[in-house]
Design a protein around this ligand. Structure first.
Ligand SMILES: Cc1ncc(COP(=O)(O)O)c(C=O)c1O
Length: 315
């Protein structure tokens, strides 16, 4: 989906025109992939725009930077207030928010220490990520690409470089007629999709891979775990063998972009009856109820944006 540009982008503390948010081709990030970023949704409940789990996303951004020894001049609360200002200024919601911290134009070599840190935050309208079939469920495959192994690239950091692996997974899936690929980790256990965590339901219990299986600590993953516990659904975080995907009663992807997207088949084997199951539906109902403002924000997930005079866009 093409990016629909907005008026302003936040850059190192200032709001600049969208078209001016540029970096030099010899920036460290262009040559060596040295960036960390976030994907965050700002929803549009009737009370006005509300950023989903702003604290957790911003903390993960700063954690990613810390793992890569990138010094950032902005504290978590300053970045959150920058996001709030940006939504207000651009007058675009619901929207997707993309903060990026990168190593800019400095030295040409691999040593990153002499390249300056640049912080950008963009926001723009964005609809469903895994397509309009997301309610009925998507067809997924197990990727022939292995997810990044422990002690190679850190999976807990959301770095641009990790997405070269994600791109291989995604391209293979698309070329073979699937919506998404599920990667196994270096030991052959289920890891994650190219841009989503994976859940299955087996004997009524919800299972997802633990953080040691090369997964991003997804904020939606955490939200689903919280919802499941609140609903009294048993939750297990343990290594998932590939074949459990085939014999699961239910399966779904979670992610900021994908939200909660049922998986109806894996490698052309139907998951359960191939329709969205009861556990998935119960979790979706709670999740979408909260972000759409139909249910109370009982977990404290929404950061309200005091709306300006501009009207929201519909996506
Ligand atoms: C590789 C990968 N795993 C999992 C997720 C889900 O994370 P979150 O729910 O925080 O968006 C994402 C999306 O950001 C991702 O790119």
């Amino acid at each position: 989906m093409a990016i629909q540009k907005t008026e302003k982008i936040w850059h190192n503390g200032k709001l600049i025109p969208w078209d001016d948010a540029q970096i030099h081709v010899m920036s460290h990030v262009v040559n060596y992939g040295s960036s960390v970023f976030e994907g965050i949704r700002c929803y549009a409940p009737p009370t006005g725009p509300a950023i989903f789990r702003a604290q957790e996303h911003t903390q993960r951004l700063l954690d990613s930077a810390k793992i890569y020894r990138i010094d950032v001049d902005y504290a978590r609360e300053e970045l959150i207030s920058a996001m709030v200002d940006l939504v207000k200024t651009n007058g675009i919601w619901p929207c997707y928010m993309r903060p990026i911290i990168l190593r800019g134009y400095g030295e040409a070599g691999v040593n990153p220490f002499n390249s300056p840190t640049e912080v950008f935050i963009c926001n723009y309208p964005w609809g469903k990520y895994l397509g309009s079939d997301a309610e009925q469920g998507v067809d997924a495959c197990v990727s022939s690409w292995t997810r990044i192994a422990p002690n190679t690239l850190p999976a807990m950091a959301k770095s641009g470089a990790n997405y070269m692996n994600s791109q291989l997974i995604k391209m293979e899936a698309i070329i073979n007629g699937y919506v998404e690929g599920i990667a196994l980790d270096a030991n052959g256990y289920v890891s994650e999709g190219s841009g989503e965590n994976v859940f299955i339901v087996r004997n009524g219990a919800l299972q997802t891979a633990p953080l040691g299986n090369s997964v991003l600590p997804g904020i939606t993953r955490d939200s689903v775990l919280q919802i499941a516990r609140a609903l009294g659904i048993p939750v297990i975080e343990q290594g998932i063998p590939r074949e459990l995907l085939y014999i699961a009663e239910e399966a779904f992807f979670t992610g900021t972009a994908a939200e909660i997207t049922p998986i109806r088949s894996v490698d052309k084997i139907s998951v359960g009856k191939g329709v969205t199951g009861a556990v998935t539906k119960a979790i979706q109902k709670e999740f979408y109820g909260i972000v759409r403002g139909e249910k109370a924000d009982r977990f404290g997930w929404l950061t309200p944006v005091p709306a300006g005079s501009k009207q929201p866009v519909s996506v």
